[in-house]
Design a protein around this ligand. Structure first.
Ligand SMILES: Nc1ncnc2c1ncn2[C@@H]1O[C@H](COP(=O)(O)OP(=O)(O)OP(=O)(O)O)[C@@H](O)[C@H]1O
Ligand SMILES: [Mg+2]
Length: 304
């Protein structure tokens, strides 16, 4: 038995001759938060919806919880929780009524427990249409939890949320992982990928550019540790000598890039002993994404 809850092999989806998903293969392991990240139109939702048995693939294989998406649709659907992109529900019903509706559908009794888990209790009587985006997201995630599924698909759960609501949602998603759920997440936000995921796949034009743990992606594509030095002649000389690459940033400061952590640390100790004014910037997913794709994703998910 593998520990994978999702196994995808050579999956392809064409819409009227346009390739939305192009021969992708990947696995998702039990208990991890797996992110699929990529610009608008990359094929994230198409991939997710094939796994949720909402769309059929053109070719390739996909297994979810050991079941074939083409053969065992009913068994998959009863075992997963789904929050679609641009999630919406009954606007005139309250937060609690929406969650209760889902509970009736599944014959579930754990409404109170779910409301507490996702933090809906305080505003449970408010109409869905009157809730903030962050509160609506909590209701949406609550609705996916009612079936008590161990595998959750969250398609851009934080798009459009303000930074505070986004952080609240992150906390909730981390809590889900701690309770043993596997989360398949799609997002445009690199900070979110870094904060939440164990592993991520970067999807561009329907193809997986790279897939790995966040740590490895940052190590391999992040471009190393940046040390910024200000004015100090001695510091500039030292960084020029010890780093792998130097350039001047927008403010005219010298930036040295260290590919190797140990060497960076050594240089930094010397710089600190010399009492130099230095700033250290560790690479993150944003740097890795820029190196991989040559661009950044803006707030709306466009590659710029
Ligand atoms: N029902 C459809 N019919 C035809 N083309 C479609 C359909 N759904 C999606 N597409 C196309 O397939 C490609 C992938 O779309 P998809 O929605 O999977 O991307 P995405 O990565 O989820 O984008 P976003 O970040 O904007 O949500 C796009 O070119 C899109 O226009
Ligand atoms: Mg989408």
């Amino acid at each position: 038995m593998s520990d994978n809850v999702i196994d995808v092999e050579g999956l392809t989806k064409l819409y009227d001759g346009t390739t939305a998903v192009d021969n992708i293969s990947f696995s998702v392991r039990e208990g991890e938060i797996f992110s699929m990240v990529g610009p608008n139109g990359a094929g994230k939702t198409t991939t997710v919806e094939i796994l949720e048995c909402i769309r059929t693939p053109t070719s390739g294989n996909a297994e979810v919880l050991g079941h074939d998406v083409m053969k065992d649709e009913d068994r998959i659907k009863e075992k997963i929780g789904v929050m679609p992109q641009n999630f919406n529900t009954f606007e005139r019903l309250s937060a609690e009524e929406n969650i209760r509706l889902m509970a009736d559908l599944y014959g579930s009794k754990n409404v109170e427990e779910v409301m507490k888990m996702v933090g809906v209790t305080d505003f449970k009587d408010k109409k869905f249409s009157e809730l903030s985006g962050g509160m609506q997201t909590k209701v949406g995630i609550g609705m996916t939890l009612i079936s008590n599924a161990d595998l959750l698909f969250l398609d851009e759960p934080t798009t459009g949320l303000d930074p505070h609501a986004r952080r609240e949602t992150w906390k909730l998603i981390k809590r889900l992982k701690r309770t043993g759920k596997t989360v398949f997440l799609t997002t445009h936000y690199m900070e979110e990928v870094e904060e939440l995921s164990d592993r991520a796949a970067v999807l561009i034009d329907g193809r997986i550019e790279v897939i790995d743990s966040i740590e490895n992606l940052i190590r391999d594509y992040g471009g190393g540790i940046k040390v910024v030095v200000r004015k100090d002649e001695k510091a500039v000389e030292l960084v020029k000598e010890k780093s792998d690459e130097v350039f001047k940033n927008e403010s005219g400061e010298l930036v040295g890039i260290f590919d190797n952590k140990k060497r960076a640390r050594k240089a930094l100790v010397t710089l600190f002993q010399m009492d130099c004014d230095v700033e250290v910037k560790e690479a993150g997913m944003e740097d890795a994404f820029i190196r991989l794709t040559g661009g950044k994703l803006d707030e709306e998910g466009e590659l710029v």
